[in-house]
Design a binder for this molecule. Structure first.
Ligand code: BEZ
Length: 214
């Protein structure tokens, strides 16, 4: 089983999808990426998740995130299922779904957890930065649909903290105050955050969210 860790390079692959053959790194280009697995086509939770992802297309686009889903069924099944998703979730699926019948990508990314299910994937998520490094992984069981607001929130945090020496506290969302990284001295913080910061404890300094730099 694959043991991908944060900071590892997201493995490249070529795969058939509902939108033709893609080479993963080429597909990502210089954008951020989100790769997420679904146990199987024509399943209820997956239908709602893919509908939710499609309905958030503008949010992903604003953040320059390319979306790529995976399910272990074939291209014809994906294309037929997409019609159902569009109809029932009131959307248009506008991203490719990998047809991973041979489980090549599922195994490469450790998306099959044999003690949960020997053939279907769990609900894995990988967020990948423009340098192709893995920035976030998440694993839910098949029975629990993911929260796409939470995924966008994490992407906001990753994009903010990639370019600023800050971190985001519990339940943070875009626009809330952030915390200053412990590696930043007070002298550096004075220069870095000219609008000031609040020292709650020497190790807990909060400041207004900096502008997103890209
Ligand atoms: C679902 O997507 O609804 C689902 C898939 C596999 C197991 C349980 C639920």
């Amino acid at each position: 089983m694959s043991d991908l860790k944060l900071g590892d390079t997201a493995p490249d692959f070529t795969a058939d999808t509902s939108e033709g053959t893609i080479k993963f790194h080429e597909f990502l280009g210089d954008s951020w990426g989100i790769l997420f697995s679904h146990p199987a086509d024509y399943t209820p939770v997956c239908t709602t998740e893919l509908g939710a992802a499609a309905n958030y297309a503008d949010e992903f686009r604003k953040r320059d995130v390319k979306v790529l889903a995976l399910s272990v069924d074939g291209v014809k099944s994906h294309k037929d299922w997409i019609k159902d998703i569009n109809e029932t979730q009131n959307t248009t699926v506008n991203f490719p779904i990998i047809a991973d019948e041979d489980k090549k990508v599922s195994n490469l990314y450790g998306m099959i957890h044999p003690k949960a299910d020997s053939t279907l994937t769990v609900r894995s998520v990988f967020v990948i930065a423009p340098d192709k490094s893995i920035k976030m992984t998440l694993t839910y069981p098949a029975s629990t649909g993911r929260n796409f607001d939470e995924l966008l929130r994490v992407i906001d945090s990753l994009q903010l903290t990639a370019y600023n020496k800050v971190a985001t506290p519990a339940n943070w969302k875009h626009g809330d105050d952030v915390v200053i990284s412990p590696s930043v001295s007070n002298e550096e913080a004075d220069k870095m955050f000219p609008k000031g910061y609040n020292t709650v404890k020497p190790y807990l300094r909060t400041t207004a969210q900096p502008e997103l730099k890209k």
